[in-house]
Design a binder for this molecule. Structure first.
Ligand code: ADP
Ligand code: MG
Length: 506
């Protein structure tokens, strides 16, 4: 199998060869021949399987005919994060070197001027995060009725970040006759619904069962207590035990990214940090330093987890057990790429036991413990301690506001996904963004999307820039009842950024 018999134009094939790609990956081999014909594609393949080229190459081929007009881009690629958007732009540069295409990268955290100029000149390709795209459109800088091809990339990540309503809005603005290419590593029901609504008789291409870990990854568990100092000590042991070239260390909470980063720094590790609150320049600089080896260790939150193309990561360390089993797969998918052997180790406290079992159930295998598994008594003890604390209080002693504190654990667990809260975290007076501590406890599927909101919303809010405070779409949180004079009631000590935005009274 080679790139020359997938229906790609000679110009595209020669650029692919120059880029050093010899054989198409399975998703490329299956998606490209369909996509070049103009049909819709629903592509499901795990992280690191080459989904980017699966849409970039057929797009380049199809863009060879026709020209861009001012403010009317011909193709649109939606990405959940700025980093991913920037990476796709790089892929266009690499693979599109035989094409004189104008690529506009519309991401938050950078000025509008450059982006405006690109759009004015006429862009063949717009690569955007949903928030910034909608901003440009509202400013009248962008007409979406010339779009011939729409790509929704990393759709499951979009869901985590609360972008689904924005994507729905964008889809409705595009010509009905467009082609849609839709990619995701996993296919949760919300994503399936989106695909059902916006794709026309797509070819479904699934190259591996959803949410399976690459078989080239050695996975290990390490038992630890949940005292932060003990966890950090255990992390250092993990990092020293094995032959680590470079690694990403994943934390569930943004706050812990900072704590772990500072701790490792103190212990003389060559470390950087990456999370959703950093400004664009810092993030890019950190990623670049990690890519070129100046930084060996990167402490990151899940915002950094998906699709980031960081080659040669030798190790993944999970400081926390992720709440959603799919996130585990995405995290460890950063290692063991393109046939290389990877290594992923995770710290597990007795309180994490259930979340661990959910991961193992999804993987359909048990992960090996490095030195002794957690005993059932320890799990029982942790659960009893948890019950003693009561769900109404966070483990840090802060008070949770809101009225849902009386809800029992078993109730929470039994609630089926279909009764999940509205997508909008601020909807309804009793709704409140869950605190990270509590999220760890229930791990309900129905909470997916909302659980990640704390960080996702923040970067979404940043993405939108500060100049436009008109409420937009559902993710914006149309109501902010809890807010009084800069202080937000009922939020505990974490207030999502979108709740702090000024409210315009009509
Ligand atoms: P995904 O979006 O599925 O997570 P990417 O598109 O980011 O994966 O690709 C992962 C890595 O594999 C990138 O470094 C990319 O350059 C490389 N890659 C993609 N396709 C090929 C190929 N056919 N041959 C060799 N390397 C490839
Ligand atoms: Mg990708």
């Amino acid at each position: 199998m080679s790139f020359s018999n997938l229906g790609l134009s000679p110009n595209v094939v020669s650029a692919v060869e120059a880029a050093g790609f010899e054989t198409p990956t399975p998703i490329q081999a299956n998606a490209i021949p369909i996509a070049v014909t103009g049909r819709d594609v629903l592509g499901i393949a795990q992280t690191g399987t080459g989904k980017t080229a699966s849409f970039v190459l057929p797009m380049l081929t199809r863009l060879e005919r026709g020209r861009a007009r001012a403010r009317m881009p011909r193709t649109l690629i939606l990405e959940p994060t700025r980093e991913l958007a920037a990476q796709v732009a790089e892929a266009f540069e690499l693979l599109g070197k035989n094409h004189k295409l104008t690529v506009a990268l519309l991401i938050g955290g950078v000025s509008y001027d450059e982006q405006d100029k690109k759009l004015d000149r006429g862009a063949d390709v717009v690569i955007a995060t949903p928030g910034r795209l909608l901003d440009h459109r509202e400013r009248g800088k962008l007409l979406l009725n010339g779009i011939e091809i729409l790509v929704v990339d990393e759709a499951d990540r979009m869901l985590d970040m609360g972008f689904i309503p924005d994507i729905e809005r964008v889809c409705k603005m595009l010509p009905f006759t467009r082609q849609t290419l839709f990619f995701s590593a996993t296919m949760p029901p919300e994503i399936q619904r989106l695909a059902d609504n916006f794709l026309h008789t797509p070819e479904r291409i699934e190259v591996s069962p959803p949410a399976t870990a690459a078989s080239t990854i050695v996975q290990r568990l390490k038992k630890t207590s949940d005292a932060p100092a003990a966890k950090r000590q255990a992390l250092r042991e993990l990092m020293q035990e094995v032959d680590v070239k470079n690694a990403i260390i994943f934390c569930n909470r943004k706050k812990d990214v900072g704590v772990v980063y500072r701790s490792l720094h103190r212990h003389k590790f060559n470390v950087g940090a990456l999370h959703g609150d950093m400004d664009q320049r810092q993030r890019m600089a950190t990623l670049e330093a990690f890519r070129n080896g100046e930084i060996a260790f990167l402490v990151a939150s899940d915002v950094a987890a998906r699709g980031l193309d960081i080659p040669n990561v030798s190790h993944i360390f999970n400081y926390d057990v992720p709440v959603h089993p799919e996130d585990y797969v995405h995290r460890i998918g950063r290692t063991g790429r393109a046939g290389r052997e990877g290594y992923a180790a995770m710290l597990v406290t007795p309180k994490d036991y259930k979340a661990l079992k959910a991961i193992e159930a999804m993987l359909k295998e048990e992960i090996t413990w490095l030195d002794g598994a957690i005993a059932p008594e320890e799990v029982a003890e942790a659960e009893a301690a948890d019950r003693g604390n009561g769900r109404g209080r966070s483990r840090r002693g802060g008070r949770r506001g809101g009225q849902r504190t009386g809800r029992s654990r078993s109730e929470a667990k039994e609630a089926p996904a279909s009764t999940s809260e509205p997508q909008n975290a601020a909807e309804g007076e009793t709704a409140e963004p869950k605190r990270a501590d509590d999220r760890r406890n229930d791990g309900r599927r129905g909470k997916r999307g909302q659980g990640k909101r704390a960080e996702g919303q923040q970067s979404a809010a940043q993405d939108r820039g500060k100049c436009n405070d008109a409420p937009r779409g559902k993710t914006q949180g149309g109501k902010s009842q809890g807010k009084t004079q800069g202080r937000t009631q009922g939020m505990g000590d974490h207030v999502p950024a979108f709740m702090m935005r000024p409210v315009r009274v009509p």
